[in-house]
Design a protein around this ligand. Structure first.
Ligand SMILES: [Zn+2]
Ligand SMILES: [Zn+2]
Length: 155
């Protein structure tokens, strides 16, 4: 495979993963998978939460893809794309927004501030239903999210 084919697979996979993560978060984690995800919406003391089982599940799937990908190259690069997304997600979601693993930086401007606010607003709703902002890297405008949240409360 040519380098640009590999690069295309990785970049497209990262973008697709954002769509997949949005759908999985909205329909699975806030649906029948709430049992694991609830821990992420509740305060806790421990270093780990039950929600981390999702990361573990995805990691297991990706390892399997790498193993099969040894025999079929495009799959290997697809698995790498998922890994890159997972890495970005861990750094931005877990470390930046939730300040895990000792990261203490609150972005004051630009894209990261927007992303930070959008995800904070996702956590403004403690329960399973009625949340906003299920995506991650494509952060919607926080002002719009706030409006949607207040409309929800008024009803
Ligand atoms: Zn959630
Ligand atoms: Zn979160």
């Amino acid at each position: 495979m040519a380098w640009y084919e590999k690069l295309t697979i990785v970049v497209v996979t990262v973008l697709l993963m954002e769509c997949f993560a949005w759908a999985a978060h909205k329909y699975v984690m806030h649906g029948w998978g709430w049992g694991w995800h609830r821990s992420h919406h509740e305060p806790h003391d421990g270093a780990f939460e039950k929600n981390d089982l999702y990361a573990l599940t995805f990691a297991t799937i990706v390892i399997a893809l790498f193993v099969v990908g040894v025999r079929w190259e495009p799959l290997w690069w697809f698995a790498l794309g998922i890994t890159v997304y997972g890495g970005i997600y861990a750094i931005v979601h877990d470390m930046l927004v939730h300040q895990r693993f000792g990261m203490r930086w609150v972005p004051r401007r630009g894209y990261f501030k927007r992303l930070h606010q959008a995800h904070r607003l996702h956590h403004a709703v403690k329960g399973k239903d009625g949340g906003v902002s299920f995506g991650f890297l494509f952060a919607p405008d926080p002002a719009r999210l706030k409006r949607r949240l207040s409309e929800r409360v008024d009803r």
